[in-house]
Write a protein that binds this ligand. Structure first.
Ligand code: GLV
Ligand code: MN
Ligand code: MN
Length: 434
């Protein structure tokens, strides 16, 4: 690293000890992006965020972040899946960059931190370097990836999975939302169908700062998390077809009720968890249930629901998936309905590079922050980047038991500042490497 004003390069230790981000500026940036797609949540009285991927609100958020990248003089690239990269030159500019990033799309009921902290934190790191006239040896890139949430088109980590080569571009383009609108069409409509090749050439390393989205760190009173990896994820879309009938006239013994079958599957998932056969970390959720026609006096003849399975252990996840398929068969037979399913997302447990975990831990310790290692319960873009380069994450605790995907999602300015300061330290270290 050198100082761009031609002054002799300061030693790395001096700079690591001396550079800190501007926490108030980071907070303001989170607030400003959080106003894009914001809504007043009547129940909580709080302001939530709805920037579902590739909607007009997502487009507005994208333009806002692109403007911030331009203000930092970053070289911009938009690839064919709509991932956006802002690159800052290094003194050894031909070297592979150190990348930071995350996502700015949200679930429809979000807060303002999920994903945004990693993207705006990355930009705050670059602002801090610019303030101090520091140019790193390796170039630095801040990325935001398309549709990390998967809440609209059904597949999570979409843009980063394409960039890492796990998901073919054409398969991603063809995904459609419930209204039949496709990823390709929506990328084109919002003006983010880029021309750069979607396959990312491997960065030197990738580091993402993100809220934990769970209670562990806050309950332990720990300042930060060094993430060991991301657990396995398996998503199913399940379609149950029975027989629609009049609620008042149809004798119970003649019914083939898709709603009852769905309820049995949901409770069956609980029974599988309670059996303990699939480990203490196994989780199962039926998050969406859409009955047809969905009316008070009609036995639902058709129902589409989702099943989300998580497990930190790959072998136990495979066993759990087999048990869930057997559950579908049992319910189908017992209720006289058809149960079909399709896999909408599937990732194995992804371990993060130990070298990056160690850097997060030592950077936190050097700042006098307590740190704990933990596996991520949520999916993240970093797990896709981990297929290309050493990758890792810094977790920031969340208040209110780390509630997330909810307007109550909240981390304090201090918690966010701590996380991004450690991001800065780790990135400076990595960017100095030959
Ligand atoms: C991403 O938010 C996930 O579902 O884990
Ligand atoms: Mn996220
Ligand atoms: Mn999320």
């Amino acid at each position: 690293m050198i100082r761009s004003n031609g002054v002799a390069p300061a030693s790395r230790d001096t700079l690591l000890g001396g550079l800190s981000i501007d926490g108030a500026r980071l907070w303001d940036a989170l607030a400003a992006l959080g106003e894009i797609g914001a809504f007043d949540d009547e129940r909580s009285g709080l302001r939530g965020v709805n920037r579902l991927a590739l909607t007009d609100a997502d487009a507005a958020g994208r333009r806002h972040v692109v403007a911030a990248m331009r203000a930092l003089d970053l070289e911009l690239t938009v690839d064919r899946i709509g991932n956006v990269y802002g690159r800052r030159r290094g003194t050894d500019d031909a070297l592979a960059p150190v990348m930071m990033g995350s996502h700015i799309d949200s679930v429809p009921t979000a807060g303002r931190f999920d994903g945004c902290l990693g993207v705006l934190g990355g930009l705050e790191v670059l602002r801090t370097l610019a303030d101090h006239g520091v140019v790193t040896r390796r170039p630095l890139v801040v990325a935001f990836f398309t549709d990390e949430e998967g809440a609209r088109f059904g597949t999570d980590m979409l843009g980063s999975a394409v960039a890492a080569g796990r998901l073919p571009l054409e398969a991603a383009y063809a995904l459609a939302d419930r209204a039949g609108l496709t990823v390709h069409g929506e990328l084109e409509r919002i003006g983010f169908l880029g021309t750069a090749p979607e396959r990312l050439s491997p960065p030197h390393a990738y580091v993402e700062c993100h809220i934990e989205q769970g209670p562990t760190l806050r309950q332990a009173g720990v300042d930060l998390g060094a993430v060991t990896g991301v657990q396995a994820i398996s998503w199913h879309e399940v379609t149950i077809v029975g027989k629609s009938a009049h609620a008042g006239t149809t004798p119970m013994e003649l019914r083939h009720d898709a709603g009852v079958a769905c309820a049995k599957i949901n409770l069956g998932l609980r029974t599988l968890i309670a059996s303990g056969r699939f480990g203490p970390g196994f989780r199962a959720t039926m998050g969406a249930i859409v009955p047809h026609p969905g009316l008070v006096n009609i036995v639902p003849g058709r129902l589409v629901c989702t099943v989300d399975l998580r497990n930190p252990d790959d072998a136990l996840m495979r066993a759990a998936e087999q048990a869930v398929l057997a559950l579908y068969e049992d319910v189908s037979r017992d209720e006289g309905v058809s149960v079909t399913w399709r896999q909408t997302a599937r990732t194995n447990h992804v371990p993060f590079a130990e070298a990056i975990q160690a850097r997060v831990t030592s950077a936190a310790a050097a700042r006098g922050l307590s740190v704990r290692s933990l596996v991520s319960g949520a999916g993240h873009d970093a797990q896709e980047l981990a297929h290309l380069c050493p990758a890792g994450m810094v977790f920031v605790p969340g208040e209110f038991d780390g509630i997330s995907h909810n307007p109550r999602e909240f981390s304090t300015p201090e918690q966010c500042t701590n996380g991004v300061n450690v991001l800065l330290d780790v990135v400076l270290d990595l960017a100095a490497e030959a």
